[in-house]
Design a protein around this ligand. Structure first.
Ligand code: FES
Ligand SMILES: [Fe+2]
Length: 468
């Protein structure tokens, strides 16, 4: 995020503004100027404060105005009185920065600041362990704003039995021997609400499979951690409740891969040396090197696409059931595979009052028209949900579009060249000139089609289960 500008954001349905002050500290205010309620995010960072773009009031780090131009120029005493009034203050929310993420406390006011000082958000525990001598840290980071409620997206993570079906061909195989196999056990529901819950799951019937004993842990407000047995390659997903109909997933996948102890290369036993080299970080780095940072993002886009329509509709149905719904009756969950789902629902109803309350719950479905037809283009809109906010993907998209223009130009040039050759007398069809024009045209057209397909991966690709 550009620290020179204010940024608007939504959290729990509240419109907020993030900005960085003169002390290089990120601050968060309600995105509403106390003067006449216009968005502060449309202002600018000025004199180390946040200036409202409408009449130029400047607010300091604590939300108190430090400058009111209309009073300053005529009556500085009146300006001081107005600045001291509680009514002139922007509502300030506590902020922490951890692992490169800005964490905003869900309430404002002095009590909120005191409470927030006593809590740190649960973060990726492996990433915090930086021991460069012992580990190579390799992570893929990804963020996407997805249609669907927070409750449903977290629930989706507690249930990996959907992967073979909903992500067939991308992250699962519905024809595979383990399709649908998901055994959850060792559920630990902790007494204190703030400690969340965890459970262990296996997603292979094969006792020798590596897909055994993955631990899932939810720690409120947003932490969802998957620790694969041995704790090396893992996945953290922060599910951020943006609004009643939107959840931001911040995904952090990878791990701390142990470095092999320094060895002397011996020609007598190279196989033993190779055995000590962990290929996983090398593979991850190779994938990143080949496809750039955007390659894994396209893969994660495809994974999320498989869930979106389900999450959207399920959220709507669950919202209508109400925050106090009894999920033992609302859902029918006869198997072991849903034990994590029900632990999550119990945590929500027994420890979290049914989940977040949003001021903006929509009366109508924003993704359906009046006849009930689903707007798939908006629902699965990768460009607005991810690409435009991602430096790597937006740059790659620009390059893909520029390359398409160049290839289209090459096609036209090759075609015109062919016409010129054929128009000139005495030029046989199978001579070097016409043949190279045809070959150039064919190669450029094929590359153009491939880039068209690649472009759609950044913008919009429909996901239709019936075609998979
Ligand atoms: S509305 Fe913000 S300064 Fe007037
Ligand atoms: Fe991206």
């Amino acid at each position: 995020m550009d620290p020179a500008k204010p940024h608007s954001l939504m959290l729990l349905g509240k419109q907020l503004v993030l900005w960085r002050d003169g002390e290089q500290q990120w601050r968060c205010f309600e995105d509403s100027c106390p003067h006449r309620k216009v968005p502060l995010s449309e202002g600018r960072v000025e004199q180390g404060g946040l200036q409202c773009g409408y009449h130029g009031w400047i607010f300091g780090s604590d939300g108190r105005p430090t400058h009111i131009p209309q009073l300053h120029s005529v009556d500085t005493k009146a300006e001081q009185t107005a600045c001291a009034s509680g009514r002139s203050c922007a509502a300030a929310y506590p902020v922490q920065v951890q692992q490169g993420l800005i964490w905003v406390w869900g309430e404002h006011g002095s009590t909120a600041f005191l409470e927030s000082l006593q809590r740190q958000p649960a973060i990726n525990p492996l990433k915090a362990k930086t021991e460069p001598d012992k580990f190579t840290q390799t992570y893929v980071n990804y963020i996407r704003d997805l249609p669907g409620g927070f409750q449903e997206w977290v629930e989706n993570m507690t249930d990996q039995s959907h992967v073979a079906f909903a992500h067939h061909g991308v992250a699962g195989n519905r024809h595979g021997p383990d399709a649908g196999y998901f055994k959850s056990h060792s559920v630990e529901e902790r007494p204190r609400p703030e400690d969340g819950f965890k459970f262990v799951f296996d997603w292979s019937a094969n006792s020798k499979s590596v897909n055994k004993n993955t631990t899932f842990e939810f720690i409120p407000p947003v932490y969802n951690g998957f620790t694969v047995a041995g704790g090396v390659f893992s996945l953290w997903i922060y599910a951020v409740p943006v609004s009643a109909t939107c959840t931001r997933l911040i995904i952090n996948a990878g791990g701390n891969f142990p470095k092999p102890p320094p060895q002397k290369l011996t020609l007598t036993n190279p196989a033993a040396l190779l055995k000590k080299v962990d290929p996983r970080p090398l593979l991850l780095q190779l994938v990143k090197r080949i496809s750039g940072r955007w390659g894994p993002h396209l893969q994660l886009n495809a994974v999320n696409d498989g869930d979106i329509v389900f999450m959207h509709q399920q959220s709507k149905t669950n919202r209508l059931a109400g925050r106090k719904a009894d999920y033992n009756r609302h859902y029918f969950t006869p198997g072991d595979s849903d034990r994590g789902v029900m632990a999550w629902r119990r945590w929500l109803t027994q420890k979290a009052g049914g989940g977040p309350v949003y001021p903006d719950t929509p009366a109508v479905d924003p993704f359906r028209d009046s006849l009930g037809k689903l707007h798939r283009r908006e629902l699965l809109d990768r460009h607005h949900q991810h690409t435009q906010h991602c430096a790597a993907c937006s740059k790659a998209l620009q390059q893909v579009r520029a390359a398409q223009k160049a290839l289209a130009g090459l096609c036209v040039a090759a075609f015109l060249g062919l016409v010129a050759f054929l128009g000139s007398r005495g030029c046989p069809l199978l001579s070097l000139g016409p043949v190279s024009c045809v070959a150039t045209f064919a190669a450029a057209a094929a590359a153009l089609l491939s880039l068209r397909r690649l472009e759609s991966q950044f913008v919009y690709t429909d996901w239709v289960n019936a075609e998979k």
